[in-house]
Design a binder for this molecule. Structure first.
Ligand SMILES: [Zn+2]
Length: 292
């Protein structure tokens, strides 16, 4: 057991005794939903202890073994036949397969979750929906589109008139009204307005080595990223819980920032590319202002 893990029960006692409010959620176009200090926070303060909203084993969901798409993805990821494909081509195929596998697993694992609605609230920075995926509509700006935001649907096909859009069967019925059979309508929607569960997992999940699982958190997952010394909070994840501690004094009104990468990856171009691959953003933290 690491020294940090031994400290966790004590941190919990301090956190529960103090019951302080350290932060609030904020929204902006530039930062999305993010987390801001509401008081001066002292270095070392336990800012948040939170139980995971969703605990997803890292092993593939057992139900997938009979899915033909899963079989072919495993073939790609295992290297399959190396054939004549160029290395660029096969690495794109590999990246694609990782994304697809995340989608199949997230859908299978989240399906039965009681926290499904809260999981769907989280951001998807990838927006890589495909035909057949279950989606949640988000970010439509037109008057007609706004009515669809927050609704769920299933992608039935590519839009025949516009190949950059999908035909989505949107469930229109009131969610809790069991009497009215929920009605679906076909709407043409761009992928950038469609969240998927796989995208949500890839955007938000933190690994818990003690459970061999990937976790989603309602509050932790709203904290934006900054690299290394530009981050002002640290986290320890253990047995399905996160413990967030201030690395230094944080001023009232300052945004809380956490380093998404678990290990000290070097600052610079490689780190930028890694973050971009994993989370689909170019890091603009104070360590990276000039490099992006
Ligand atoms: Zn950075």
């Amino acid at each position: 057991m690491s020294a940090m893990v031994q400290l966790l029960p004590m941190m919990e006692v301090v956190y529960n005794r103090k019951k302080a409010t350290y932060f609030k959620m904020a929204h902006s176009n530039l930062r999305g939903t993010h987390v801001v200090a509401v008081n001066h926070i002292q270095a070392g303060a336990v800012v948040l202890i939170e139980k995971a909203l969703h605990i997803q084993p890292t092993k593939n969901h057992p139900s997938l073994s009979v899915d033909p798409e899963y079989q072919s993805l495993i073939g790609i990821l295992d290297g399959g036949s190396t054939s004549a494909a160029s290395s660029t081509c096969s690495s794109t195929a590999h990246k694609d397969a990782v994304g697809r596998l995340a989608e199949l697993n997230a859908t299978a694992y989240v399906q039965g979750s009681k926290q499904k609605d809260e999981i769907w609230q989280l951001e998807d920075s990838h927006r890589q929906a495909r035909v057949g995926d279950t989606v949640k509509i988000h970010g439509l700006a037109s008057e007609a589109g706004k009515k669809l935001n927050g609704k769920y649907g299933e992608i039935s096909k590519k839009d025949e008139k516009d190949e950059n859009r999908f035909g989505v069967m949107v469930a229109m019925g009131a969610k809790n009204n069991k009497k009215s059979k929920s009605k679906s309508v076909l709407r043409s929607i761009k992928p950038c307005n469609l969240k998927t569960l796989g995208g949500i997992m890839r955007t938000n999940a933190y690994h818990d080595g003690s459970l061999e699982a990937n976790l989603l958190f309602k509050e932790l997952c709203r904290i934006n990223h900054a690299c290394g010394d530009a981050a002002n909070v640290n986290r320890t994840i253990h047995q399905g819980k996160v413990y967030v501690v201030a690395k230094r004094d944080i001023a009232d009104g300052e945004e809380l920032l956490i380093d998404y990468l678990p290990l000290a990856t070097e600052l610079g171009r490689d780190r930028l590319e890694l973050l971009h691959n994993m989370f689909n953003f170019w890091c603009q933290c104070s360590e990276h202002q000039q490099l992006a």
